[in-house]
Design a protein around this ligand. Structure first.
Ligand code: SME
Length: 157
């Protein structure tokens, strides 16, 4: 599939609901992880225009930068470091309403004000994270967690 993404206006939930089947279609028949992470990043960035959307993958006990959309970013993050490393260590979604209040937050961009990080699981193990950064405070909530989880569940990990 290589059609234009249909972007919609509306509530956050309406936007996710319109995006989800489109991402599913993008991933259908493609089993290359890099390609799929790249298109998920691009689709989320296009629809929501967040500052940064992308993935880090665990390689040799570090998170290493993987496909993303947005400004350049730090390439390696150790377990427990920053929001991404904490999500990996705790094996949990972390929503940060104000990054300045998160001890150890790694500021890849000074424009980032709030963040959500979701772990990617394969056979019960964290193999990477999805990280989304916003230029506004308090951007992410349970709705983002719910739909972003559904989006990463489309990956055959
Ligand atoms: N802020 C993240 C680092 C990754 S960048 O934001 C792209 C963190 O604290 O883990």
């Amino acid at each position: 599939m290589a059609e234009d993404l249909l972007l919609i206006e509306g509530t956050k939930e309406e936007q996710y609901k319109a995006l989800l089947p489109q991402i599913e279609a993008l991933l259908t028949g493609e089993d290359d992880l890099t390609a799929n992470l790249a298109n998920i990043s691009a689709a989320l960035k296009q629809q929501f225009n967040w500052l940064w959307v992308g993935f880090y993958l665990v390689k040799n006990e570090e998170l290493v930068l993987a496909p993303f959309q947005g400004p350049i970013a730090c390439t390696r993050i150790k377990k427990g470091r920053g929001v991404c490393g904490a999500s990996w260590e705790k094996e949990a979604v972390i929503i940060v309403p104000d990054v300045e209040q998160f001890p150890g937050h790694i500021a890849c961009s000074s424009l980032s004000k709030s963040e959500i990080v979701l772990p990617l699981f394969s056979n019960g193990k964290v193999i990477g994270v999805l990280d989304v950064d916003s230029t506004h405070l308090n951007t992410f909530d349970a709705t983002d967690e719910y739909y972003l989880k559904q989006i990463i569940a489309l990956l055959q990990l």
